[in-house]
Write a protein that binds this ligand. Sequence first.
Ligand code: ATP
Ligand code: MG
Length: 417
Amino acid sequence: MSMKVSQLFTKTSKTVPADETAKNAQLLIQAGFVYKVMAGVYSYLPLGLRVLENIKRIVREEMNAINGQELIMSSLQRKETWEGTGRWDDEVVDVWFKTKLKDDTEVGLGWSHEEAILEMMQQFILSYKDLPSSVYQFQTKMRNELRAKSGIMRGREFVMKDMYSLHASQEDMDAYYDGVIEAYKRCYQRFGIGDSTFVTFASGGAFTKFSHEFQTICDAGEDVLYVNEDRSVTVNEEVLEDASKELGVDKNSLVSVKSAEVGNIFKFGTEKSEQMGIYYTDSQGQQKPIYLASYGIGITRVMGVIVEKFADDKGLVWPENIAPFTVYIAQLGADEDVVNACQELYNDLITNGVEVLWDDRDARPGEKFADADLYGIPYRVVVSKKTIASGSYELKHRTSDDVKMVSKEKLVNMFTT
Ligand code: ATP
Ligand code: MG
């Protein structure tokens, strides 16, 4: 959907929010993409939601391509769901938000859905014929995080994509897990952060010594990675000793970089199904525990990381695949021919499937250009009396200082795939 700035809900602001230290939150608030409710709690406004939905669309395509089926679990969870694995205990999980129903029944707000999904799936996965099975969701997770100083990179509520795959054998789980790694790489590539995102050895669980994190090199990140020169070895600081030994690399040859955990995948093996008593019937009629792996992507954190990595002193900079709009039209002046030329270009771009934001406001050019930069929309097109007289439009990329004069046909074709 395309739209006009005069109709856009939210305005940009020149003042840097005083209570935010994180660059991502400062810029997203100033540009009107998010609204801060309290520390670590943000609402996503139309512009911000468009970015989130673009990130989700990419993830959804990639998860569907590996046979993931989308569903959505509840936010309210039963205490009993988590008691079997010992994770209802606040000593074990320190981020729980808990509350009570009117009749005093304790319930939790989902910080994860591992136990909840397994409990639900066991109703349907009964025999080897029902396996493998893979489901995923986009869910707002609630975590009572101690610190929330990284803007949307660490929220007390945040959107996660979590996927769970169930298998009859370890071989089947391993093969699927490897496929998920490839699908995840494609996601980060498509978000525009593939070149700085690495599959990293991180702390595991009872079943495997290590889990895999997807870590994006980013100064605003809260993690520290150790990497070798060609970056073929990346290890989270937490497991530096063990992982370097396991990989046979000298830990002193690795250098540290700051990074943000944008994804985390785990093999639980049969650990959790045994704890929860979840079995399937194999072809011989025997009861066997189910193999489980889980796969998370921090959707809102990815958005924050992209802001941190690409923004410049003028504002946000969105990679094309996830930008809220592809083209921003700056209408300079309100003469009929200018308005008509804007309308025509707007219509032609929309007809060709391009998402456009048309700045039709009665405002000075400088103000419009500053807002265009703050929004971070990849392409800016200027339409004025001057450009009309020359029979062309002025085109500029967000990150370049060069302006080019291009014909409408060329402009429209540029964005049509
Ligand atoms: P962290 O170590 O950063 O607290 P985690 O290991 O507890 O994260 P997971 O349970 O692995 O997080 O969740 C999967 C993904 O969700 C993470 O890789 C991260 O990208 C994202 N995520 C986790 N916590 C938050 C949060 N508070 N705000 C935003 N995203 C988060
Ligand atoms: Mg993690």
